[in-house]
Write a protein that binds this ligand. Structure first.
Ligand SMILES: *[C@@H]1O[C@H](CO)[C@@H](O)[C@H](O)[C@H]1NC(C)=O
Ligand SMILES: *[C@@H]1O[C@H](CO)[C@@H](O)[C@H](O)[C@H]1NC(C)=O
Ligand SMILES: *[C@@H]1O[C@H](CO)[C@@H](O)[C@H](O)[C@H]1NC(C)=O
Ligand SMILES: *[C@@H]1O[C@H](CO)[C@@H](O)[C@H](O)[C@H]1NC(C)=O
Length: 459
């Protein structure tokens, strides 16, 4: 992700004002679902391009970076979970499997090494986590129509394990660097999106598996984020990052995705009842974010939108933030979360986003200025993802954070999740107990993946 660059707007197209905005009644699930369907279709339109098929499975074409493709699949899983529309499920499965890097399962394919950040990798891991939590089905994991295994959670765990090894105490007292490889620009930078995503991933794995290793790391990442000043004591501003050689000289720009990823993490943790600290952080982070990232009560990417300088990445950040606002509704702190305030922001923002989805030849291209009822003349993946998530955020959902079995309908994800079939070296088996079905799978996970690779090729 290129968070500190600030290039020009994404695709600016000069279709004159056909005002055919998506008509959305945000109090109607059906109406939201209809609008979301249009946006999802536009997203797949970018993915498949003119040829009607992607050039590489899982990757959106230039100018979209790897992380944003991961975010797109996460949003489309959420779309399926909330609307029930499974039109894109095969594409989603194929995308996650193809980019999970073969038997490595770590979303660090060699093709991405020239710019692979911890944040890129964790964005994909969070998509896999959503798939695990929501019981996202894959025909590739079924035998006789029964779900046999859940590699999604294993992918998330694998990324977690790799990032733990990258936790770096030599500089700035801890934290993850932005970039993974020392030859890339940004290796000497520690940033909030990488560390916040790691913290969120740990929190969700903790919730999903009940394994304390994850909650310990979530706490550790949280503590370091305060110690380093990335999350400011007192104000609860979340800043972008600092160089490893000048740890105290923070780049104080603020992005909605950075606060969003921490907010989601704290929401999950607060529901585990494990540590009082989370109960005080989450409402404060939320309260400040609601003030910072708003214009007239509408979610706004304040660092760039006023000047019209949001780059391709930045246009997508509100997708992460919208999800976080939903997660925040389930923060377990008794009365101190003002869910009415969250709902008001979600509603006004969704209405604004729908009004922005009025551009292009068919009047459904989405711009990014949710405060204006007139299409701003831009469209692109970031605009679509932000609009999709803010619409979906208005669909009532109990949320995975609060459910007792750590997974949710429709499928039996928790009980069918297996770890690596026993005997395989190098992979942790940390999920809920493997089922008989999973144990019955013969061979190692590598054999299974070989079969999956073949299946992917035939999708
Ligand atoms: C890596 O790039 C090559 C060449 O474009 C492509 O054939 C292959 O599918 C890519 N692999 C992944 C995992 O993206
Ligand atoms: C769900 O997570 C909790 C920790 O929050 C854990 O105690 C419990 O065992 C988990 N439940 C299942 C079914 O995995
Ligand atoms: C989930 O799977 C387990 C083990 O196969 C089974 O005993 C249980 O009834 C299933 N639960 C649901 C809700 O399908
Ligand atoms: C808990 O998770 C960690 C990190 O993935 C793993 O190494 C460990 O084996 C897990 N513990 C259990 C009991 O599954």
């Amino acid at each position: 992700m290129r968070s500190f660059h600030s290039a020009a707007l994404a695709s600016t197209l000069a279709f004159a004002g056909i005002t055919n905005a998506l008509q959305v009644d945000v109090s109607s699930v059906q109406s939201i679902s209809d609008a979301a369907k249009t946006i999802a279709s536009n997203i797949i339109g970018i993915y498949e391009g003119k040829n009607g098929s992607p050039s590489i499975p899982g990757l959106f074409p230039d100018p979209y970076y790897f992380w944003e493709s991961g975010l797109a699949w996460d949003s489309l899983i959420n779309y399926w979970a909330l609307t029930g529309d499974d039109t894109y499920n095969d594409r989603i499965s194929e995308a996650l499997l193809f980019q999970s890097n073969g038997e490595e399962l770590d979303f660090a394919p060699a093709n991405q090494s020239k710019s692979l950040g911890n944040d890129d990798q964790s964005t994909w891991a969070l998509a896999a986590m959503t798939a695990a939590e929501k019981g996202f089905p894959s025909s590739l994991f079924q035998i006789d129509g029964q779900q046999t295994t859940n590699l999604w959670a294993q992918m998330a765990q694998t990324v977690f394990d790799e990032q733990v090894l990258r936790w770096d105490t030599k500089f700035c007292g801890g934290g993850l660097r932005w970039q993974i490889f020392s030859f890339n620009n940004g290796y000497d930078y520690k940033n909030s999106i990488s560390n916040g995503n790691f913290m969120q991933l740990a929190a969700r794995l903790a919730k999903y598996t009940g394994n304390q290793t994850y909650s310990d790391w979530a706490l550790k990442a949280s503590k370091w984020s305060f110690d380093s000043g990335l999350i400011a004591d007192g104000s609860f501003n979340v800043y972008d990052g600092a160089s490893t050689t000048q740890c105290k000289q923070l780049n104080r720009i603020m992005w909605s995705s950075s606060v969003g990823t921490y907010l989601s993490g704290y929401s999950y943790l607060s529901n585990m009842g494990s540590n009082q600290q989370y109960h005080t952080y989450a409402p404060k982070l939320l309260g400040n974010a609601l003030k910072v990232f708003a214009k007239n009560g509408i979610v706004t990417e304040v660092a760039c939108s006023g000047a019209g300088t949001c780059n391709v990445d930045q246009l997508a950040f509100r997708a992460t933030y919208a999800r976080a606002l939903v997660d925040a509704k389930y923060i377990d702190t008794g009365d101190s979360i003002d869910t009415d305030a969250i709902d008001a922001v979600l509603k006004a923002s969704a209405e604004g986003a729908a009004a922005q989805c009025s551009g292009g030849p068919d009047g459904s291209r989405c711009g990014s200025d949710w405060s204006s009822s007139e299409w701003d003349g831009t469209w692109g993946l970031g605009q679509y993802l932000s609009a999709l998530e803010i619409l979906l955020a208005n669909i009532p959902d109990k949320g995975t954070q609060t459910s007792d079995d750590n997974s949710s309908s429709p499928s039996n994800a928790t009980s069918t999740m297996s770890g690596t079939p026993s005997g395989t070296a190098g992979s942790a088996s940390t999920g809920p107990a493997a089922t008989g079905a999973a144990n019955a799978l013969s061979g190692s996970v590598f054999g299974l993946l070989g079969a999956l690779a073949v299946a992917v090729a035939f999708l």
